[in-house]
Write a protein that binds this ligand. Structure first.
Ligand code: ACM
Length: 509
């Protein structure tokens, strides 16, 4: 019987499917359809090439996506040979230089799915695309009915920008390590590769610094509107970094200074020019706090913090904030930022800072995050720095969709899903072109956002559009075409249990 059914099965004509009709986000660089299908079955196995670069995590990651919903027991195994019919094969190749650092080629025939890349990151992104080619219910955590068909053809794909990020403010409201990991998984699904954690602000200090323990025991004890705050121990933080790294996401730690420092100023009296510790702060005003910029203890403090952070972080950047230091006179702000940049480079990290830091003399490897003032971004480029694009009017995810949005604010703009999508980083600021831009980052400030459900509502679906802006060529992007692909994600978002905002501008299916 088994043999007979296997023979019958293999003779069954395949269901015709059109790869060009699939709704993939971010939109790939090139898609060729061959109009048949691959059937994912209990006999499918994942093989990854035995190589110097370890693909075992990605192989198992794919199996862990496929098994709960199919009910299959698909295994991921290393192999030195070409795998047989019905397999999914992950393989690295040196002669695919056109794929660059993060690109991949995904080839689907009736018999075999192959993901080829130069680097493991490309394999991981090929997996994310493959995931979207399966029915949405593949994302379900319980067993669903098949069939599990995948359209045949090939996809050759790579990103436009090397940095595709999200920022999460864990200071105004704290998000536990488990929530951050869930957020990381959502980012990975759309090929984002950077998570910037805003670890300190007036309302809370969220990363354990062993040489200055009061920062967290006192400075991390509360949050906006009061109540219990929280912080990451260094062990928890390292665990987040590792979890992100496995998913090809770097963590960018931000310690905001010299302003936005009330939590530190409340924890250590000596950081204040008058030597008096401040009260903890649970409001949402900005621009009232400053480190004492002409006191040596301030720089000893920053050196200790940066040293400990550099040890915790394999990623290349440390973000020094620098925004809205309204009570730090410019003649103090500039030498402060110059000196802090030297501390960051001393620990072999690159400087990131909000656009105001362009008033200072930027280090050669500094990147300026444009959020507010185009003239600051221009100043940065004139100094030879790269710009990370986070215009508040397009990428601030705490901005309300419209006047009826329950959470968020609107001091920069109301940002509907079309406005978040319909802009091009390389033509936003005159004189700042693609070569000057490191990438795009969406930012979620959390004055009004208190938990993961609220986070998801503000982040989705706008961040999906930002992910496409970072990945897909501007000439391949257009709202009317994108909104249809986005509308086709509703079942997928639901299966992923993402609490997205069902904008009326999107034809949800
Ligand atoms: C900022 O929104 N203050 C960077």
């Amino acid at each position: 019987m088994l043999i007979l059914s296997a023979v019958l099965f293999s003779c069954t004509p395949r269901t015709p499917m059109d790869l060009l009709k699939e709704s993939i986000i971010p939109k790939p660089a090139s898609v060729t359809a061959t109009n048949s299908s691959f059937v994912l079955s209990e006999k499918t196995a994942i093989y990854y090439q035995q190589s110097s670069e370890d693909l075992s995590f990605s192989g198992q990651y794919l199996a862990d996506i496929l098994n709960p919903s199919t009910g299959f027991n698909i295994r991921a195994e290393a192999t030195g040979q070409n795998p047989g019919k019905g397999s999914i094969y992950l393989t690295l190749s040196d002669d695919k230089s056109e794929l660059e650092k993060e690109g991949y080629e995904l080839t689907i025939t009736e018999d075999l799915i192959t993901i080829t890349a130069q680097n493991p990151a490309g394999i991981f992104y090929g997996i994310q695309t493959l995931r979207q080619l399966l029915p949405a219910k593949i994302e379900s955590s319980s067993v669903q009915e098949g069939p599990w068909l995948i359209a045949t053809g090939s996809i050759i794909d790579k990103p436009e920008y090397e940095y595709r990020g999200a920022m999460l403010d864990v200071s105004r409201h704290f998000f536990k390590a488990e929530d951050v990991k869930q957020f990381i998984d959502m980012l990975a699904a759309f090929k984002l590769n950077a998570l910037h954690l805003h670890l300190s602000d007036d309302q809370g200090w969220r990363i354990e610094i062993k040489s200055w323990p009061n920062l967290t025991t006192h400075g991390g004890s509360t949050k906006v509107d009061g109540g219990e705050g929280g912080f990451y121990t260094q062990e928890q933080y390292k665990d987040i970094v590792k979890y992100a790294k496995e998913r090809f996401i770097i963590i960018i730690p931000e310690i905001d200074m010299p302003g936005h420092t009330n939590a530190a100023l409340a924890s250590y009296a000596e950081l204040n020019c008058d030597g008096k510790a401040r009260e903890l702060y649970t409001g949402i005003e900005v621009g009232f706090s400053t480190l004492c910029t002409d006191s040596e203890i301030t720089y000893q403090f920053i050196d200790d913090v940066v040293r400990e952070l550099a040890e915790l972080n394999p990623g290349p950047y440390i973000h020094i904030g620098g925004d809205e230091s309204h009570v730090t006179p410019m003649e103090d702000y500039i030498p402060f930022i110059n000196r802090v940049q030297k501390i960051v480079t001393k620990y072999d990290k690159k400087v990131l800072g909000w656009d105001e830091i362009a008033h200072a003399s930027l280090e050669p490897n500094a990147t300026v995050q444009y959020w507010s003032k185009a003239e600051n971004a221009t100043k940065a480029v004139e100094q030879g720095a790269k710009v990370l694009m986070s215009p508040a009017t397009k990428t601030y995810l705490d901005m309300q969709y419209d006047s009826t949005t329950r959470w968020g604010q609107h001091w920069a703009a109301y940002i509907e899903v079309d406005a978040a999508y319909s802009w091009d980083p390389a033509s936003l600021v005159p004189g700042i072109g693609k070569d000057n831009i490191l990438g795009v980052e969406s930012a979620l400030w959390t004055e009004t956002i208190t938990n993961l459900d609220e986070l998801e509502y503000m982040v989705f679906p706008r961040i999906v559009g930002h992910a496409e802006i970072g990945w897909t060529k501007a000439s391949d992007r257009n709202w009317d075409e994108y909104k249809v692909r986005l509308g086709n994600q509703s079942k997928r978002f639901k299966a992923m249990r993402i609490n997205y905002y069902p904008s009326k501008l999107v034809p949800w299916k």
